[in-house]
Design a protein around this ligand. Structure first.
Ligand SMILES: C[S@@+](CC[C@H](N)C(=O)[O-])C[C@H]1O[C@@H](n2cnc3c(N)ncnc32)[C@H](O)[C@@H]1O
Ligand SMILES: [Zn+2]
Length: 271
C-alpha cells in the first residue's frame, strides 16, 4: 500500500492498473519504473526542475565510487540506533537515491519513500532500486498524509520545517546533512581566485528539538580526471564557474580535497 496523496485534493490514492487514482477521480499515471509525477505548476509560475541530468549522472557516478561512504555510514549508524523498528522513511530531496537505498538496507524496511522535484533524479533513483516508492514532487508540498512518517531524511536539499513537522509522527526523527564552512575548500582554491567559505544556516528549526549534531570530515583522494569532473559537475559550482575556472580544473590530473559536513538529528517536538 502506498502513502502518496493527491496533489489536488490531498486525499489518499488507490492503485488502479498503472495509475494512482484518488476518491475524487484525479488520476496520475505510474511510469514504467513505477514512480509517479505529482508536480503541479507552481502558484508563481516559476519553473522548478531541480537537478538536471548532467548533475544527477555526475552525482551517481561519484557516490557509486564510494567517496561519500563515510557520510552514508554516519547516517545509517545514527538511524540504526535511533529509528523505530519497521520505520516508514521519507527522503525529501532524494536525488538519485544513494542515501535512500543505504537507509533502506540499514533499517531493513520496505517502507521507503523518496521525493524529488527533478524527474531525472527520481528516474535514476528508480533504476537504483525499483522497490523505492518514488514521486516527482516538491519538498514544500510533500505528497504524504500528516503524521505518517517515522524518519525524514533531508540531505543537501532545501528544507521546510512546517511541512516536515506536518508529515512526521509525534516524536519522529529528522536527519539533515549540509556542507560545512570549508567543504571542498581545495576544489574551490583550484578554480576560484578568491574562494569563499560556505555560509551556515541556523541549526534551529521551528517545531524540532536538535538531539545530536556531528561534524564529519574526511579526505578525498581524487586520482583521475573523471572523478574530479564528476565531483565538480554534481555541485552548483559548475554552472557558476567561468570558462577559465573550468579550464583550470580540466587541467588537473589529481586533487587532494576534504569533505566537511554537518549532520544534525532532530526530534519533532511534542505539542
Ligand atoms: C544536492 S542534491 C542532493 C540529493 C541527495 N539528497 C543526495 O544527497 O545525494 C539536491 C536535490 O534536491 C532536489 N531539490 C531541489 N529543490 C527541491 C524541491 N523544492 N523539492 C524537492 N527536491 C528539490 C534537487 O533536484 C536535487 O536532487
Ligand atoms: Zn484528488
Amino acid at each position: 500500500m502506498n502513502l502518496f496523496t493527491c496533489p489536488i485534493c490531498k486525499e489518499r490514492f488507490e492503485k488502479s492498473g498503472n495509475s494512482l487514482v484518488c476518491p475524487n477521480k484525479h488520476c496520475f499515471d505510474l511510469s514504467k519504473r513505477g514512480y509517479v509525477n505529482l508536480l503541479r505548476p507552481s502558484k508563481s509560475g516559476a519553473v522548478r526542475h531541480g537537478d538536471d541530468k548532467l548533475m544527477v549522472e555526475s552525482r551517481k557516478s561519484f557516490l557509486n565510487a564510494g567517496f561519500y561512504a563515510p557520510l552514508a555510514n554516519a547516517i545509517t549508524e545514527i538511524l540504526r540506533e535511533k529509528a523505530p523498528e519497521h520505520a516508514t522513511v521519507l527522503d525529501a530531496g532524494c536525488g538519485e537515491g544513494y542515501y535512500t537505498v543505504e537507509t533502506k538496507k540499514a533499517l531493513q524496511t520496505d517502507l521507503v519513500y523518496g521525493v524529488d522535484v527533478s524527474r531525472d533524479a527520481v528516474h535514476a533513483a528508480s533504476l537504483r532500486d525499483k522497490s523505492l516508492r518514488l514521486a516527482v514532487a516538491s519538498i514544500f508540498d510533500l505528497p504524504v498524509p500528516m503524521e505518517s512518517i517515522d524518519v525524514l531524511l533531508n540531505l543537501f536539499a532545501p528544507y521546510d520545517s512546517a511541512e516536515f513537522s506536518r508529515v512526521l509522527k509525534e516524536g519522529g526523527l529528522l536527519v539533515r546533512a549540509f556542507p560545512a564552512e570549508r567543504h571542498l575548500w581545495e576544489l574551490k582554491c583550484a578554480v576560484y581566485d578568491t574562494p569563499y567559505e560556505n555560509e551556515i544556516d541556523s541549526f534551529l528549526l521551528d517545531g524540532f528539538e536538535m538531539i545530536e549534531k556531528k561534524s564529519i570530515s574526511f579526505p578525498l583522494n581524487l586520482t583521475t580526471q573523471t572523478d574530479i569532473d564528476a565531483l565538480f559537475k554534481m555541485t552548483p559550482y559548475y554552472y557558476k564557474t567561468s570558462r577559465e575556472g573550468q579550464a583550470r580544473l580540466a587541467a588537473l590530473q589529481s586533487l587532494q580535497a576534504h569533505a566537511e559536513f554537518y549532520l544534525a538529528v532532530y526530534q519533532k517536538s511534542t505539542k
